[in-house]
Design a protein around this ligand. Sequence first.
Ligand code: 0JX
Ligand code: SF4
Length: 316
Amino acid sequence: MTLPALTLYLAAPRGFCAGVDRAIRIVEMALEKWGAPVYVRHEIVHNKFVVDGLRAKGAVFVEELDDCPVDRPVIFSAHGVPKAVPAEAARREMIAVDATCPLVTKVHNEAQRHFENGLQLVMIGHAGHPETVGTMGQLPQGEVLLVETVADVATLDVRDPARLAFITQTTLSVDDTADIAAALKARFPHILAPAHDDICYATTNRQAAVKRISPLIDALLVIGAPNSSNSRRLVEVGRAAGCAYSQLVQRATDIDWRALEGISAVGITAGASAPEVLVNEVIDAFRARFDTRVELVETAQETVEFKVPRVLREPV
Ligand code: 0JX
Ligand code: SF4
């Protein structure tokens, strides 16, 4: 039987970023150092495959510190935590390892610095997302106002329009955030903007790669989880760049093959928390159904690497 011809445009960079790689290594090294169980507050990264794999090795995932016994190590997820969480772990004299991505911590430090300079903060982010909760939780209640859309900017009730700064979640849409930032600057001309964008290099690069492949494809599949902000943004970027059929899939079994009938060019990318093994699984599923040619479209090379915390590098 002859299979229909299809080209898979594989976006690069895609998949794991340096912060995710570090966070997963932290859990693995903690398990080696202290043995199981090691507790992890929140999914270490938003990916079921990753979480299930670590659970099988002895990690226990919980949502709150209260769910962790005081005599076992606890790890804070890559997304960061409000200041009160490590403070409470220290009060309970727990072993706590912070897997917050250093690029999220950088935003926490920025917020702290502005607060110490007497500025009120506006955060561009998604309500309820753990990174937003963690970043807003660096400062006392009311010091960080959240905006999610351009429309939110108009209703902001600030203390003093002359003493403001804004920060952002690291995994937002680059283009949508630029619009919100422009609206903030238009309404509050004195507002301080981040020196460098708070949206991280990995988010930026993955979105740029999707923009590059979108004109070449009839459909885009983004491998990632429904609770992964950066993965969902890739789906939106694909749509905004003209690829009407842009879908999030957790793995090959999620693909709607009927929707792809008659299509000859498909784009594949993966969110920062999605492992490459799932990309390969998707490619294999295409090979089983199509005469598949894979073409890599690389728009940047990434060399960022982060060290794990010192406690994990020291001998037991
Ligand atoms: O939902 P997010 O994109 O913030 O998290 P995810 O999918 O776990 O990605 C890696 C962690 C990113 C933190 O900035
Ligand atoms: Fe860090 Fe960016 Fe990865 Fe988030 S997406 S973990 S900020 S490198």
